[in-house]
Design a protein around this ligand. Structure first.
Ligand SMILES: [Zn+2]
Length: 428
């Protein structure tokens, strides 16, 4: 989050717990929690010696030793160089295992970006895959791309596949239950990819994935209430309330994009008329441009944003109208959730210097009461969904139980994030 310049977080890799908000533990899950803490310290302090893990965490050396052995066995952590210590014997330094990788896909209505990411969040490969209207064929193309990446990185250990989707996934059935702009029906995306790749596949709503990426990167440290809004073909939103990502029943929470603004407005992909997203999405900006410009031929939102950066009056007017609707619609969010932070991600953020202030002004003018939330953008651009898809896999596979869980999206997410004793803080 660019606006949060005071954040202590590092930009490297993925941070999973905000240790400022850990609570008291029950003994039954103390070991899980200790594992979380050890993994987090390795991530943030790597390369790090076992003795320093004990010092940072306050855990017994024997506890550290057994947790580390398990993490090495499961390939989350790798041993590296020997380091001389001021006192005692030289010790082996520990890092997250770079050899472990995750295949990810960011699925959009017309294309998917497929990528390979390592545990430190580094991209080893990235490719655009054009999609077709049939889900079977589209998923087949994604799988082919993933297979090629796997083949090209045979020396790596593949942990799983994460897929970011422009829709809501039922946590129980793992099927898309709402994706007005994708129109893949109930096609079993997870099953189809798992069958071909022989890897466990995790699906996530794009907005939730982006929010998780922000949380794990540490950019939202200290923030307990935030809403992330994705602006692309549609408008999605993810909610962090009291430190938890909210999915609610059937994973459907956060569909502000389909709140009606004007019943006489254009028809939305959801079937209703005048939803927020038909006024404030990238598709809306393109429509505004086509309606006003004489030769209104722009192919994509990127073309339109480029034109607006060049000062084309019709393009500036179209995106200004979109930004105005986006800012006004944020009242839905401030009135419902009163977040401390609102993060925007997606197409419009590439022209943030020009259009951000418009959104900020509308947001400030729409407050019912209280302090205006901090408005920011994610600084990963289109990588945000990919990082989020990787974070979902890491979160669900590493035995990790952070407070930032996607509530209700997996068995592990229902466990409570706690810490056994007080005074266990880590400098980050
Ligand atoms: Zn709608």
């Amino acid at each position: 989050m660019r606006s949060n310049s005071g954040s202590k977080s590092t930009t490297r890799g993925i941070k999973r717990i905000d240790l400022a908000y850990v609570e008291l533990a029950s003994s039954e899950n103390a070991r899980d929690i200790n594992r979380d803490i050890v993994l987090e310290i390795i991530r943030s302090q790597q390369p790090v010696a076992r003795a320093d893990l004990a010092r940072f965490s306050g855990l017994q050396p024997s506890t550290i030793s057994s947790i580390v052995e398990q993490l090495i066995q499961e390939k989350w952590v790798a041993e590296g160089a020997m380091a001389r210590r001021p006192r005692g014997r030289p010790s082996t330094l520990l890092s997250l295992n770079d050899a472990m990788v995750i295949l990810v896909a960011d699925v959009r209505p017309n294309q998917s970006i497929v990528a390979l990411v390592d545990l430190n969040g580094r991209f080893l490969a990235r490719e655009v895959v054009p999609l077709v209207s049939e889900p079977e064929r589209s998923v087949e193309k994604i799988v082919q791309c993933m297979q090629a990446m796997r083949e090209a990185h045979r020396d790596r250990s593949f942990e799983g596949v994460g897929v970011s989707l422009p829709g809501r996934v039922d946590p129980d059935t793992q099927r898309l239950i709402l994706a007005p702009n994708l129109k893949w029906g109930e096609f079993d995306i997870k099953g189809a990819i798992e069958k071909k790749m022989q890897l466990q596949v995790e699906l996530a709503n794009a907005a939730n994935a982006c929010l998780l990426a922000e949380l794990w990167s540490g950019r939202l440290d200290g923030i307990r209430n935030a809403v992330l809004v994705t602006v692309s073909e549609g408008i999605g939103a993810a909610i962090l309330a009291n430190g938890q990502i909210i999915a609610s029943r059937s994973g459907l929470a956060g569909e502000f994009g389909h709140c009606p603004i004007d019943p006489n407005g254009p028809q939305c992909g959801c079937g209703q008329n005048g939803c927020w997203e038909v006024f404030a999405s990238s598709s809306a900006a393109l429509r505004y441009y086509r309606e006003s410009a004489k030769d209104g031929k722009v192919g994509t939102i990127h073309d339109l944003l480029r034109l607006s950066e060049e000062g084309d009056p019709a393009a500036v007017a179209a995106v200004t109208k979109q930004a105005t609707h986006l800012g006004r619609g944020l009242r839905l969010i401030t009135a419902t959730l009163s977040p401390e932070v609102i993060l925007i991600t997606g197409d419009l953020t590439t022209s943030w210097a020009r259009f951000g202030p418009i959104i900020q002004k509308e947001l400030a003018g729409s407050m019912l009461a209280g302090v205006v939330p901090t408005l920011g953008i994610t600084n990963d651009g289109e990588l945000s969904r990919l990082r989020g898809a990787a974070a979902v896999v890491l979160q669900r596979h590493s035995g990790y139980h952070a407070s930032t869980h996607l509530a209700g999206t997996g068995e592990r997410s229902r466990r409570k994030r706690t810490v056994p004793t007080s005074g266990r803080t880590v400098a980050s």
